[in-house]
Ligand binder design. Structure first.
Ligand code: KG4
Ligand code: ZN
Length: 333
């Protein structure tokens, strides 16, 4: 059976086809980055309108390039939340309409479950149970994962999400949207000169706090000569602090749960420094680390098709209501 996956929670229109036996067949992504960069960040109303323009043509292209017809599709999975309400509604309305027209089930998928399961699309997927660190633009979550749908929250960010902290710090250094990648590129030219705090690592617990790092970056920047090298050194110190903090918390989570497998996913897991430091730590602990391939770290339709498939085989489908939840705690899954 083929499952169509639709992702429209933020600034990327993603579609994919997953097959029960053959795995991922095809996926396409349209990024709105160029459109939003003019405004220095995502403009929700423009995001929704662009999803409306792009989604149906993208689905048509996906089917054509996969040599499939609509009758081949057995279910439609779509991101129902969390995310921007208008953007989510586009995906939800299109998915439900197609499901009704094609008389197949629709499956509402939690965006972060999509990220969490993205490494399952790789050649050596992790076995359950494992610890997952989900680091995206809207969330920072440490979760003990016992199986699909069995998620125990171990820790989360009490303020800014990791990606949000990257983006805000990038902005105050004058970098253009989307800042996360630009900040990490700048950090590559930086030197070890400033020492930023490792927030909430000096006390027990697995929660995070990143907003102080952003302020630390701002005051360091204001006190400097504000040259390009100063910016690069601040970017370096910021990234180093974020990576180190994640290493400390993940090690703690693995020790606390006794689990040796660590899954790291979400947009920020594309960061090379963070990947490298977490890999070194996990190996030192005698564990194994898993990431999605780079293009599936950030938002995509493939992870939604896969998560939808997992929901489908566990017997979950939905009625015909258009279901979209901008806020949706994973604990309610
Ligand atoms: O998962 P994602 O695509 O969307 C959300 O679900 O939020 O994550 C986007 C976030 C953005 O904040 C972006 O700046 C950050 O991931 N990001 C990065 C990198 N690539 C994307 N942050 C740091 N380093 C990167 N290489
Ligand atoms: Zn995401």
């Amino acid at each position: 059976m083929y499952i169509l996956g639709i992702e429209t929670s933020c600034d990327e229109t993603g579609v994919a086809i997953y097959h029960a036996q053959r795995g991922l067949c095809h996926h396409l992504l349209y990024s709105q980055i160029d459109m939003h960069s003019e405004y220095g960040g995502v403009v929700p109303e423009l995001a929704s309108r662009d999803h409306i323009r792009k989604l149906i043509p993208l689905i048509k292209q996906l089917l054509r390039e996969s040599d499939l017809v609509t009758a081949d599709i057995g279910a439609i999975a779509y991101t129902a939340g969390p995310g921007l309400m208008g953007a989510l509604l586009v995906g939800a309305a299109v998915a439900q309409s197609l499901a009704m027209a094609w008389q197949i089930p629709a499956i509402a998928v939690h965006h972060m479950e999509g990220h969490l399961l993205a490494p399952m699309l790789e050649e050596n997927p992790p076995e359950f149970p494992f610890v997952a660190l989900l680091i995206s633009g809207g969330h920072t979550l440490l979760i003990e994962v016992r199986g699909v749908g069995q998620y125990q929250l171990l820790g989360e960010s009490l303020d800014d999400a990791a990606g949000e902290a990257f983006d805000k710090t990038a902005k105050l250094l004058g970098l253009s949207y989307p800042g996360g990648v630009k900040l990490s590129e700048l950090a590559n030219q930086g030197r070890s000169r400033f020492r930023f705090p490792r927030p909430m690592t000096d006390r027990p617990g697995l929660d995070f706090s990143f907003s102080g790092l952003k302020t630390f970056a701002l005051t360091t920047f204001q006190k400097s000569d504000q040259t390009l090298q100063d910016k690069a050194d601040i970017a370096f110190a910021f990234q180093d602090a974020v990576a180190d903090t994640m290493v400390i918390k993940c090690r703690r989570a693995m020790q606390q749960t006794g689990l040796k497998r660590l899954v790291v996913a979400g947009g920020v897991s594309a960061n090379t420094q963070i990947r490298d430091q977490l890999t070194t730590m996990t190996e030192k602990e005698g564990g194994v680390i898993y990431f999605p391939r780079l293009e599936f770290c950030t938002d995509n339709g493939a992870m939604i098709a896969y998560a939808g498939y997992q929901r489908f085989i566990s017997g979950y489908t939905q009625g015909i209501e258009i279901f979209a939840r901008p806020r949706w705690p994973m604990s309610e899954l």
